[in-house]
Design a protein around this ligand. Sequence first.
Ligand code: UTP
Length: 478
Amino acid sequence: MPATTELDHRYQSAKATLAQRGQEHVLRWWEGLAPNDRDSLLTDVESIPWDILGSLIHTHVLATPTRNIPQDLRPAEVHPAEPQAKFTKKYDDARKLGRQLLTEGRVAAFTVAGGQGTRLGVDGPKGEVEVTPAGGRTLFQIFGETVLAARRRYGCAIPWYVMTSPANHDATVACFARNGYFGLPPEDVVLFPQGMLPALDFDGKLLLSDKHRIAMAPDGHGGSLKALAKNRALADMCKRGIEIISYFQVDNPLAKPFDPLFLGLHADTGSEMSTKVTRKADDLERVGNVCVQDGRVVVIEYSDFPDVYAHATHADGSRKFDAGNIAIHLLDVAFVDRLVGQSLQLPFRRAEKKVAFVDASGERVEPKSPNAVKLEMFVFDAIGLARNPLLLEVDRAEEFSPVKNATGVDSLETAKRDQTSRACRWLEAAGVSVPRKPDGQPDLTIAMAPSFALEAADVAENIDRVPKLKPRDTVVLT
Ligand code: UTP
């Protein structure tokens, strides 16, 4: 078909689709658009999953979905970080099994990096943010070096899958290329974009971010399951003999994707999806609460968690619902394949956000308050669908310090502080003397690269590379 005829054909089809759904305004600026811009606009229209959008507008945009107050919740059974004496052997065996799974090449790393990083306020991929307390390493670099160190340790080609979004995909690919794939063979690093959904105004109308673009947003980290299948990453995993996906988020520099204990317990219990949890910092901490409802493990967001449960205590006064989700999961490839094959539909969540748009007069508007609904799926909603889900408690200080905000709680500042603190604890456990302030905080800055130590026990092997640590030093251990 000649190019103009093809474009016209697509235009007629888009026009009919939009008219049928009361969204004709999307083509308002068509006459003045250059051919390339017309193509972009049609591509946006064609990418929209119209089959689900219509009903979502009714249930999640025009109406606010009624939240059922969770009833009959019970605390979930959690494997403790330190086992009781009678389970020591079980944990030791699990560690052995985990190492075996890694050595046999049955585990892949999977980073979700498709988010918009709005709270942090970065332009471009969050993974490019320099996050180490010294040495200027980025989040992507830390994880790249972690995968590299694990490949060396286990003598096996562990692949790394990274989910981007259409908004940051090209920038992420360029970053990986510029950095030589962080020393990894490019064929073992698989980058693919997640799905997008349009943002809608409160009347359920599509917004234009430009005269030729529909305002779209990533469909949440829950979109990763469909995206793995759609981009043939699942098929690629099967070809490589991968059985377990180690899922973690791009904004947590303390994540340990290759934890033999977690892997071994997951495999040993026949769990299809496992999750690491930490004890909550306080009753109302802003984390998902991992509990049991109707015999299924569920994660209930802090905003939906009734006070009566949040403040509930055991007879000894300890917190009853104390398992906080830290977004570190293991998923069986076969489980994801099954869910996706069954036309998996994780529930959508409504979030009201500020979305810039072009108004009817062609002016760009930067709203000062939320003007639109974004729709997202959350990966933890898959836990309730898994057989034998396993929960493992870990020490937050060792594994979780997310970079969410520009300042304050969960910011770059706290993530850098927590990396130094962990490095100091690991050094002290190996007998190194670390200068500390009177309040016990480290009196220096230390960045410890994954090539130096993947876990605390590795420090002893490299002890001769540690200089004498003096107050207010800045040290990078590689
Ligand atoms: P957050 O929900 O914290 O979102 O994502 P964010 O995009 O990083 O930051 P805000 O909310 O805009 O400030 C947690 C993790 O899930 C990934 C993010 O990249 C981050 O690793 N994520 C989130 C996706 O991969 N896709 C999404 O659609 C949403």
